[in-house]
Design a protein around this ligand. Sequence first.
Ligand code: SF4
Ligand code: SF4
Length: 361
Amino acid sequence: MLGSLKTYLQDPLLKKMYDDIRSVGPVKSISLDLTHRCNLRCKGCYYFEEGMDRHRSPEDERLFDAFLNREAERGTNFITIVGGEPSLEIGRIRKIYARFKLSIATNGLKKIPVDGLENIPIGVAVWGSRETDRFLRGNDKIDIFEKALDNYKNDTRAFWYYTVAPGLSEEIPEVVKTCIDNGNRVLFNYYSDQAGLGGKFDYRSGFEKVRAQIDRMIELYPGQIFMTPYFNKIISTGQLFDMKWGYEVCTNISTNLPSNAARMDNGYPYNPHFRAYHADFETVRRCCTGETRDCASCFDTWEHFSWIMVHLRKHLSTKEDFTNWLSTMYLFYTINRLVDTEEGMSQLQSLLSRQQPISSE
Ligand code: SF4
Ligand code: SF4
């Protein structure tokens, strides 16, 4: 198997991209709820649906500093900052930025300042067209999308983290055009209806149309969409080779939690360093996106990145499989600024232009 890796790396582009990611070194990541507070109450937010705000973030700065020290000592070098709403805690973001690589998810209402935070990857949420987004996130009153567009206009740190509901694929072209015209790239996520709205929001109706529309966007806006057809297929189908997505194969589980021990013993790989910390900066939960959540509802993009990334060996049977693995890895490194974003997107484009379209059958 590793012999085939050697063969594939005789291709100069594959070798360059592989060397780029290997030169970054091992990524030892955790996820952190930076605060339990939020200035919104979106319909279907996993955080509040499971009442995770009961884990309060301490006022005492020394407890936060002690947490960062513990994680640095443990070897953590990458923190995914979620919440609650991270932009309510700029001082603590600055502290993380000074010591770790990081990525932030924000609702976009309050701008994360540029000064002193110049190289942060910021995923700004949008959940659909103006109307849909206002319904799901703005309590039918606030146009959060508009405020976020204004806050992050031509801000190269920011990309849109566009969560699409299964029955709203027809909104995708207009939303994507708006985001790109604003000077930002777009990463997709798949709405899982934690609020039980049903109908067009119901994940059980499947993401085939969303998948097709995302593939169209990748073609229409080369270099502007942080997705590949392969990655889009894996998330929307939940199938990776002989594995079906779910807890038994999920890689981002807190590895210090006894209740995850059986999962860690089942033979499927996982991230041995990973922990998903609550906002109390001490306790952890089962995984990034839930404590008891039904995994059938989980289409989280970041978790699927990790799923593909840990499975290099499964992607060594053919050069095409390896290219799919490498493009997924490289996309993750590019979005998170672990490699230069512009150069990264340009190399990804070169790689994608050589591939045959992936069938949606
Ligand atoms: S902004 Fe984020 S944390 Fe706040 S309610 Fe919406 S999805 Fe949840
Ligand atoms: S909800 Fe998603 S991230 Fe959490 S254990 Fe289930 S599959 Fe993994």
